[in-house]
Design a protein around this ligand. Structure first.
Ligand SMILES: [Zn+2]
Length: 442
């Protein structure tokens, strides 16, 4: 009787220990080893008496694990002998007594020894604070990629990995709420606190909703940081501002056939950037030429930041403006068709105006009431020069430039006969066609 009593006490103290420090247990449920490869499957169990929202485990190998893949878990340390595994978003929550499973696969040197797997704490990663800057550590302005500096701490007593997914909102734009920013994965030792950086923007593709956004000037809030899918909402520094600048954020829907038709070998980004920055001149009232080595962007004192999205195929049977707006709705995930006037619009997810490129249209069209332009080509094999002239001509209309002026100074007014263009390839704008940006895209 005395012995049994002692034994009972021993069990009780172990149970207490399990509940306080090692809530989860881990067992290897399937082992498949061949010449130089292996697959292992594991079962995780919540041994506690209350539900948990995330978990972390440690696998100890004799030789480096050489992990090549995993499923249903986030792993870290796969090239070493100590591998950590944590839940993914959907299998972190385990009721008391509930199990879930995950697996890994890897390579070995021919003599594989099955690792040991030990349970751990409820993963206890907590976001302490956030600060948001640009990549240089300065206050962000429109057009910058932002950098979230997130300080996280592991309050648990074992190493744990977590995927952090920030969500962002801004009341400046409609339908800009709880937008997913890129994720980052971190592994923290017991009690470790560390800063992790996440870069995002100026364009964001929320893969969960399929929507695309541009981070314009506004006040923003980091609503939450998902920790393996469970939202942490209490931390300091969640609000920040992106200041105005001369950047213009433009999505470009394009058809690769457009570039093929003009035999352009570079990237769409190169094509667009060179169109905006090729040397230009302004024909002044004094009958002189003022040079702008930085092209239209320099004339307007702006910087185009372009977001090309492939797959815009237009049909000559319907209006190109309508097709471009409809394509934008689909490709960008807008809640409604593109709407004007030409300015940063709440309905446009932070984008300023829209460009469509398709070989189907002869020349170009500007839908000024929408802030949309569609550029095409006149014939197959048209030189780069002429397609860029059309392109810039249409963008000029977005900025308020007239179609033509009496002196034929505005480049590509149907005649293309300006000597500076013919002889030197320089785009020439008439003074009256140069419209000030006047911060309309702030
Ligand atoms: Zn025109």
């Amino acid at each position: 009787m005395k012995m049994l009593f002692k034994f009972g006490l021993f069990i009780a103290s172990v149970l207490f220990y399990v509940q306080a420090h090692a809530v989860t247990s881990c067992t290897i449920t399937n082992t498949n080893v061949w010449n130089n490869g292996y697959v292992l499957e594991f079962t995780v169990k919540n041994n506690g008496s209350t539900p948990i929202n995330n978990w972390g485990l440690t696998l100890n190998f004799i030789e480096p694990a050489q992990v090549t893949g995993s499923w249903n878990a986030i792993t870290a340390g796969g090239s070493t002998t100590t591998l950590t595994a944590s839940n993914v978003a959907w299998n972190g929550t385990l009721a008391a007594g509930q199990t879930t499973s995950f697996g890994i696969q890897g390579n070995h040197d021919g003599s594989f020894i099955v690792p040991t797997c030990s349970g751990g704490d409820v993963a206890a990663i907590d976001v302490v604070s956030i600060s948001v800057t640009n990549a240089q550590g300065e206050s962000a302005v429109k057009g910058d990629a932002i950098r979230l500096n997130i300080i996280v701490v592991n309050n648990g007593s074992t190493s744990v990995s977590a995927t952090l997914t920030p969500k962002i909102s801004s009341s400046r734009f409609s339908d800009f709420s709880n937008v997913n920013l890129p994720s980052a994965t971190i592994t923290l030792a017991a009690s470790e606190q560390r800063q992790i950086s996440v870069d995002a923007g100026p364009f964001i593709h929320d893969t969960v909703t399929g929507k695309h956004y541009a981070l314009g000037s506004s006040t923003y809030t980091i609503d939450s940081i998902g920790i393996n899918g469970v939202a942490d909402t209490s931390f300091s520094g969640s609000s920040f501002t992106i200041a105005t600048s001369n950047a213009v954020l433009v999505p470009v829907l394009y058809d690769q056939a457009y570039l093929n038709s003009i035999n352009y070998q570079g990237s769409i980004q190169q094509y667009l950037t060179s169109a905006f920055t090729r040397p230009s001149e302004v024909f002044t009232p004094a009958n002189t030429y003022e040079s702008f080595g930085g092209g239209l962007d320099e004339i307007e004192n702006i910087k185009h930041i372009l977001y090309p999205l492939a797959g815009f195929t237009a049909s000559p049977d319907t209006g190109f403006c309508e097709q471009a707006t409809a394509a934008a709705r689909t490709k960008l995930g807008l809640a409604q068709d593109w709407v004007g006037p030409v300015s940063t619009n709440a309905e446009n997810h932070g984008f300023d105006y829209l460009i469509g490129l398709t070989p189907e249209i002869g020349g170009g069209a500007t839908c000024g009431w929408l802030g949309v332009q569609v550029s095409g080509i006149f014939w197959e094999g048209q030189p780069l020069d002429l397609t860029q002239a059309i392109f810039i001509h249409e963008v000029g209309h977005i900025f308020g430039a007239d179609h033509c002026d009496p002196l034929n100074g505005y480049v590509m007014c149907g005649t293309e006969d300006h000597p500076h263009y013919i002889n030197d390839g320089i785009f020439v704008w008439h003074y009256s066609s140069v419209d000030e940006m006047e911060n309309r895209f702030d």
